[in-house]
Design a protein around this ligand. Structure first.
Ligand SMILES: [Zn+2]
Ligand SMILES: [Zn+2]
Length: 276
């Protein structure tokens, strides 16, 4: 009984932490970067209201719409088994003790979401929900656009900082390695800019890795757990991509609002044997 109470408490704490993550991204991380890029860095890159200035503004708006849009769609599109199981052939289905029902192949139970997820890939901390059959398109595009935004910002941010801080100065290197320490010795705007570039660099590396890892799985027709267990539903890279991004897969990177219907229902899968 005590253990159960403890587990419920841990679960609630995890949920609160997760909800803080996306609130931080939406209300702190994105606005701080926008403020820095548009009001501090951009005026040093292009003359205000020039053609180049507008081109940069359009690029920033494009990335912003894609990051926030894909994030919201990823969180709001229901990819669980809820209300989706009637009328299917239930051979090869397995029983979920937690949901107390049969679930289709490739569906797995998520302890945090407390439900089975269709073609479950993983539980995403940024979305505070699982990535599965119906929202994987938004997840992969969210990661891609954050990566592009971070590389784009990093190029101009480093040029901006280099314009008033010499690169060979030892202090600058210390600031980059220990950004938080800098606030104690030099709480100025320069320390804040170096700190932002540090975050910029770490997020670029992290999302770059995530994008490569998940793209590889998508191209090979497998989910993250299937990659671990060496199984897949490979039907050739093009079909595999369509099965995640939909029939208009080549347009989904442009905008999360573009409709791109998925070929399946996330329920009916052919059974595949373990490889090797
Ligand atoms: Zn379940
Ligand atoms: Zn989950």
């Amino acid at each position: 009984m005590l253990l159960k109470v403890e587990s419920i408490r841990n679960k609630s704490l995890k949920r609160i932490l997760e909800h803080s993550v996306y609130i931080l991204i939406l209300l702190v991380f994105i606005p701080t970067f926008l403020f820095f890029e548009i009001l501090v860095v951009l005026p040093t890159v292009a003359e205000q209201w020039s053609v180049a200035y507008f081109i940069h503004l359009i690029c920033i708006a494009f990335l912003l719409v894609n990051i926030v849009g894909n994030m919201l769609f990823g969180m709001l599109v229901d990819t669980s088994i809820k209300g989706k199981l009637l009328g299917s052939d239930k051979t090869n289905w397995s029983f979920c003790a937690a949901c107390e029902c049969l679930r289709p192949p490739r569906s797995w139970h998520c302890e945090t979401c407390d439900i089975c997820i269709l073609k479950r890939d993983h539980h995403c901390t940024f979305f505070a929900c699982c990535v599965g059959y119906f929202n994987q398109r938004y997840f992969i595009n969210f990661v891609l656009h954050i990566f592009v935004a971070m590389v784009y910002a990093f190029y101009y941010n480093t040029r901006y900082v280099a314009s008033f801080m010499p690169w060979d100065s030892g202090l600058l290197i210390i600031k980059f390695i220990f950004p938080l320490l800098c606030f104690m010795i030099d709480f100025g705007l320069n320390s804040l800019y170096v700190f932002l570039i540090d975050i910029n660099f770490i997020v670029a590396l992290f999302t770059g890795y995530l994008f490569l890892f998940h793209s590889d799985n998508i191209l090979k027709g497998r989910t993250t757990p299937e990659a671990k267990h060496k199984t897949n539903h490979d039907k050739g890279w093009k079909y595999n991509v369509i099965d995640v991004l939909g029939s208009r897969w080549y347009l989904t990177w442009i905008c999360p609002f573009i409709s791109s219907p998925l070929p399946g229902n996330g329920i009916d899968w052919e059974v595949v044997d373990k490889q090797e």
